[in-house]
Design a protein around this ligand. Structure first.
Ligand code: ARG
Length: 559
């Protein structure tokens, strides 16, 4: 039951949509005033009245019911008090009957969302810089599915470019089959680094020749390339499995090579293509952007050309409602250019292309880049987190069984949560100690809270039933309100492409539950109180589980 929606549906303000009212409704920090509040300041301009007068007149028009028991107008705010007993009863019943479906909806039914994420580069290191795109994309993927959308996860592989000529050349000179087979992506990367450091002019021209051979379908060159590709994918699959992310398509840049010509023809027919120093460009001067390069002077396509073809292909194939690109903000200009070019081509759906930009991740010691060999492989970060988690839980609870399994859930969870907790556009410094803290704003804290809730239920032997007309006390009610807001948190996260809202929500709910748990007895309570508190505890556990599952984080039964 979404109480914000309930309220929004019952307020009419001329010139303001229900959605706008809905998103304006806030939870006041101090519930003495009300449980929900609508600030009227932003309507003052449209209505040409003071916020206080607006609040007064909305108050007179509002009809209270079984859900909202009291409405007041104070200092330009319209405050709502909910009928606590009825809210508690509805919310708990809803959670305990819908269980792992609590929070899900059908809002996306019939709509498809494409999400381009992780998009690894073949034969290049999968490093900590890829963490955000992988877990952000993975979370958005699960979130939209939960909200009823069909979702297409696309790994737009970086599998085209002159670097593959260099790699094959390096392999031919210095490589060895067994070593590469054994060393996998690390061995390939070493060859690449060595080429960049040591190749002379002769090797460089040989590399260009190898690139041409791949392009012309030469059997041997393509076999080596495919081999490198399969080694890279094997490596990243291991990481995807750990992080719980999946893809429906691995159509990468190479896939679009034979799909670019129609786009180029269309650009030409629309008179958008201009020649500039032998290259073909689309001028974007009028939009304060440098030109978008379509073909180089030697006729070769570019990253942009392939992205234009990819966007058209996705529209034709999936008829998406939206197509998201979860890519670092360094590529802001690239996507602005691509979207603008498509708009100029008359693709009305260009407005549905969204660059979900995110900030950089670095480690505390400043390491992150692949240049000068200081690569921090994502796999190493994940494994280090699992190892540290193993130590920490061992110290905290030496008797624990299945420590490995638990450490994996805790360690992987910490990596994901660490990357998702902050607003996505912020640069983050990844700290092992911080993400693994039991009492910080961490997944460990949330997992631990959940495990504690589960053990309360296990000890009492029943999950509680929801008594009728139970009047919750202040701490209980804080938890109830947080539980009730879960669906709207998901809606907002989906609307803003911001899984951090969900991560923050789990910490907030866990904190409220812990406050309740400190102040209120559960197992030794009696009668309706006990039943209610047990039901509340189960509902918290379920909701935390659902929320973390969207982020790709599992919950150990015990910790
Ligand atoms: N492989 C690219 C990179 O690592 C990201 C690709 C993003 N997707 C896209 N359609 N351009 O920078």
């Amino acid at each position: 039951m979404d109480y914000k929606k309930h309220i929004a549906q019952r307020i009419k303000i001329e010139g303001v949509s229900e959605e706008e009212i809905y998103s304006s409704i806030a939870l006041p920090p101090n519930s003495e005033m009300g449980d929900y509040a609508l600030p009227c300041f932003k309507f003052a301009k449209i209505l040409r009245k003071s916020p206080a007068i607006i609040a007064e007149s909305l108050k007179s028009a509002y009809v209270t019911d079984a859900v909202i028991s009291e409405v007041s107008a104070i200092n330009g705010y319209l405050n709502f008090k909910v009928n606590k007993a009825s809210l508690a009863e509805r919310v708990l019943n809803e959670i305990l009957s819908s269980r792992e479906k609590y929070g899900s909806s059908e809002i996306g039914k019939g709509k498809t969302i494409c999400i381009d994420y992780s998009s690894v580069n073949i034969a290049k290191p999968f490093h900590i810089g890829h963490l955000s795109t992988t877990v952000l994309g993975g979370a958005l993927y699960k979130l939209y599915k939960f909200l009823g959308y069909s979702v297409v996860g696309i790994n737009h592989l970086g599998d085209y470019g002159t670097q593959f000529g260099k790699l094959i050349c390096a392999y031919k000179h210095w490589g060895n089959k067994e070593e590469v087979e054994k060393g996998g992506i690390h061995a390939i990367n070493e060859l690449y680094v060595r080429f960049n450091n040591e190749a002379d002019e002769a090797m460089k021209s040989e590399a260009r020749e190898y690139f041409r051979l791949i392009e012309n379908g030469d059997k041997e060159a393509n076999e080596i390339f495919e081999w490198f590709k399969s080694l890279t994918l094997k490596y990243v699959h291991g990481i995807y499995e750990k992080l719980g992310v999946t893809f429906d398509s691995y159509a990468g840049e190479r896939f679009y090579i034979d799909k670019m010509q129609p786009v180029i023809d269309e650009l030409r027919a629309a008179k958008l293509l201009k020649e500039s120093e032998g290259a073909q460009i689309v001028e974007l001067y009028d939009y304060s952007m440098p030109p978008c390069l379509i073909l180089r002077s030697d006729g070769a396509s570019l990253y942009s050309t392939r992205d234009l073809a990819a966007a058209c292909y996705r529209k034709n194939t999936y008829d998406f409602h939206k197509c998201l690109y979860v890519v670092a903000y360094q590529q802001n200009l690239h996507f602005k250019q691509i979207f603008k070019v498509l708009e100029l081509m008359g693709k009305e759906w260009a407005k549905d292309l969204i660059h979900v930009a995110y900030g950089m991740v670095s480690l505390e010691d400043g390491a992150m880049s692949t240049r000068n060999g200081r690569v921090v492989w994502l796999e190493d970060v994940i494994n280090a987190c699992i190892d540290k988690a193993y130590k920490i839980i061992g110290e905290k609870n030496p008797e624990l069984k299945n420590k490995e399994e638990i450490a994996e859930k805790v360690g992987v969870g910490a990596v994901i949560f660490g990357a998702l907790y902050n607003n996505k556009i912020k640069d983050i410094v990844f700290s092992y100690d911080k993400v693994l803290s039991f009492d910080g704003e961490t997944s460990v804290y949330v997992q631990y809270t959940c495990a504690r809730a589960n053990s309360v239920i296990a000890k009492s032997g029943c999950a509680g039933t929801v008594p009728e007309k139970y009047e919750p006390n202040a701490q209980e009610f804080e938890v109830i309100k947080a539980l009730a807001s879960f669906p709207s948190v998901l809606d907002e996260a989906a609307e803003k492409y911001e899984p951090s809202y969900i991560a923050r929500y789990t910490v907030d709910l866990a904190q409220k539950f812990n406050k309740f748990y400190i102040d209120c007895k559960v197992i030794s309570a009696e009668g309706d109180t006990k039943q209610f508190r047990l039901a509340l505890t189960s509902a918290v556990s379920q909701t935390l589980k659902n929320a973390l599952a969207i982020l790709g984080i599992g919950i150990p039964e015990k910790m």
